[in-house]
Design a protein around this ligand. Structure first.
Ligand code: ACO
Length: 420
């Protein structure tokens, strides 16, 4: 028996069992000794895995990837360097980073048939719907992606996804605007190539290094967030041993939801709806009365200021210095000021999350509102893939299949149609 244990007494029978405690956690399967099941809708207090990737202390507002504080990564690391760190567990050496950047660069092209099914989408198709369809469809171009037991094949699919995702994301953007697709350029870096594929017109695009670095920082900040809803979707779907393109498309679908990645889009709609800063108090009152939520506020894990939101506020200053102030910023700042003084939000520990300011920055960069979550997905991709790899390498993981408490009818006889 472990050093730390928990004794549970079943008051129905008087039976007692002693179960081990490890890492402050008991195993739900140990409850079977008493014929019990644990019930935890929405996983409020259930760990689904052991993980060595991302550490969050929600009360202290701490976020670290592989032990490195997010503040240091945001300041010093490139996005591809961060992706390597998430995958490999260590920062790359200069040689490793250069080789990785080169490998990504030569995998950026996708089969041109992809442009044909993108063309099939309506002009007003939501970019996230197109993205999730196109990424899922990539599995049909790479049947070897089914070899999920082969470490080398997994590495190749990961590389393909990291390299091709910006191309597809950019083409989704072009489709929405009715613009011809721009193909990847090998002379540009990861971010520069993506920005060029989205904004180039008539063979020209003047890169803005401040905006490109700001975008890169946003992607680094989004790169992983341990067992969030979309990562849980990737792990859950991936646990069936499906290929990673399909598993990642499940993550994209989860991210699309307004309570997850769709929140940055919802924040902008909310700011539009509020209209002017003097209407903020009225809006706050309506939220407190139960009429909708203050989007971009609150988090399942952070019960203090989201450390990413702090960093994003600084990025916003750099971006607005280039683009001029976004008038909605005034409304957002006023919302934050009032909410942080209001007992409703204070007592519930509701603070701005990563999405509160990111939408304003994306808008200033020229991305339309319904495209914001695509940028979030691009950022989160390394996290999904690192978590997928960790799950497949974990001997304790099996197909994810929860239990239920059945609340329906007992057995009853079929009633023929004529007698109903
Ligand atoms: N505005 C107003 N009230 C809120 C908000 C909000 N944004 N968030 C939570 N609350 C209230 C709830 O009504 C509830 O109040 P009650 O105890 O009186 O019933 C209490 O705070 C706790 O809320 P829960 O919904 O139980 O918290 P949960 O952990 O399930 O939800 C979530 C977290 C989904 C992020 C929630 O705070 C929310 O809906 N926020 C707005 C959407 C958003 O910004 N999502 C982005 C999340 S970050 C990301 O995905 C990158």
């Amino acid at each position: 028996m472990a050093d730390e244990t928990l004794t549970i007494r079943d008051n129905r029978s008087g039976e007692e069992v002693e179960i081990p405690i490890s890492d402050g956690t008991i195993r739900a399967t140990d409850l079977r000794k008493l014929g019990l099941t644990s019930y935890d809708p929405a996983f409020l207090n259930t760990a689904s895995t052991r993980s060595g990737i991302t550490y969050i202390d929600g009360d202290a507002g701490i976020l670290r990837y592989r032990g490195y504080p997010i503040e240091q990564l945001a300041e010093h690391a490139s996005f591809l360097e961060t992706a390597w760190l998430l995958f490999e567990g260590e920062l790359p050496t200069r040689e490793e980073l250069e080789a990785w950047e080169e490998e990504v660069r030569v995998h950026t092209y996708v089969h041109t048939n992809v442009t044909q099914f993108l063309d099939g989408f309506r002009h007003d198709a939501h970019p996230m719907g197109m993205l999730l369809g196109a990424v899922a469809a990539l599995s049909t171009f790479y049947p070897d992606a089914k070899e999920i037991g082969d470490v080398e094949s997994r590495r190749l699919q990961r590389l393909r996804l990291i390299a091709k995702f910006p191309t597809i994301a950019a083409w989704v953007f072009r489709h929405s605007r009715g613009l011809p697709y721009v193909f990847p350029r090998n002379d540009l870096d990861y971010i520069g190539n993506f920005v060029n594929m989205t904004f180039e017109i008539g063979g020209r695009h003047e890169p803005n290094p401040v905006l490109q670095r700001a975008l890169e920082i946003l992607l680094v900040l989004h790169a992983d967030h341990e067992q969030n809803a979309s990562t849980n979707a990737v792990r859950g779907v991936g646990s069936t041993q499906v290929d990673p393109f399909s598993a990642v498309s499940a993550g994209i679908a989860a991210l699309y939801g307004p309570l997850h990645g769709g929140a940055n889009e919802a924040v902008l709609r909310m700011l539009d709806e509020i209209g002017t800063a003097d209407r903020v108090p009225q809006f706050i009152e309506s939220v407190k009365a139960g009429d909708g939520r203050l989007m971009g506020f609150g988090h399942r894990v952070y019960k203090s200021y989201d450390p990413r939101a702090k960093l994003i506020k600084r990025v916003a200053d750099d971006v607005f210095a280039q683009t001029g102030l976004n008038p909605k910023l005034e409304i957002a700042l006023e919302l934050e000021r009032i909410a942080l003084e209001d007992d409703y939000f204070v007592s519930r520990k509701l603070y701005p999350n990563v999405d509160f300011y990111s939408g304003l920055i994306y808008q200033a960069m020229g991305y339309p509102t319904d495209y914001f979550t695509v940028l979030f997905a691009l950022g989160r991709l390394p996290g999904w893939l690192a978590q997928w790899e960790e799950m497949l390498s974990d001997p304790e993981q099996k197909i994810a299949r929860p239990r239920q408490i059945y609340t329906g009818y007992d057995e009853r006889d079929f009633v023929p149609l004529a007698q109903r």
